[in-house]
Design a binder for this molecule. Structure first.
Ligand code: FES
Length: 173
């Protein structure tokens, strides 16, 4: 199993004391602030990397609020993920300029090459594919963001090379 791929046990604070103590520290620090739920969920996403259903339950219990409230926030904002992301993330801008400029064709090509659906991570934990909103580089549409680096005017051939490089890096690495 790849190092960043976590077994179900590891995404559940009830059975993973280290995870529970990291979340407790975040809860402790922020729970009395206004808008605390959003702040806590943001912190968990950025420090732990995901907010699994088990973590949502843990936070709801600790804050004495219904888990549906936590779940509502997680599903509303697209930057929350319920599973750990892969080592590399490829985001496809779905803003108007990129959409019109060929994003759907790039996505089809990437799905074919990587063998996963949008929003999923490869079984080896190497690559996650996601959609994103406009990243402000519309003049370079279509835009693909690979590990936070923006690539503009991406053609299917260029994307193929990039994906193969990511896959090679992992097998070498
Ligand atoms: S629409 Fe893609 S960068 Fe703006």
């Amino acid at each position: 199993m790849a190092e960043n791929q976590l077994a179900p046990l590891q995404i559940d604070p009830a059975t993973n004391p280290e995870l529970a103590s990291r979340i407790n520290a975040i809860l402790e620090e922020h729970k009395d602030k206004p808008g605390s739920l959003m702040v806590i969920l943001n912190e968990v996403q950025s420090k732990i990397g995901f907010v699994s259903e088990q973590i949502q339950q843990f936070i709801a219990n600790s804050m004495r609020i219904p888990v549906s409230k936590v779940h509502g926030v997680i599903t509303f904002y697209s930057f929350f993920t319920t599973r750990p992301r892969g080592k590399h993330t490829i985001k496809f801008c779905m803003g108007t300029a990129c959409y019109v400029g060929g994003a759907p064709q790039l996505i089809d090509k990437a799905k074919q090459l990587i063998g996963i659906e949008m929003g999923k991570t490869t079984d080896d934990g190497n690559i996650t594919m996601e959609e994103c909103r406009c990243v402000g580089a519309c003049s370079q549409a279509p835009v693909v963001v690979v590990d936070e680096e923006i690539h503009g005017r991406v053609k299917p051939s260029k994307m193929t090379t990039k994906i193969r490089t990511l896959e090679r890096q992992d097998s070498e690495g």
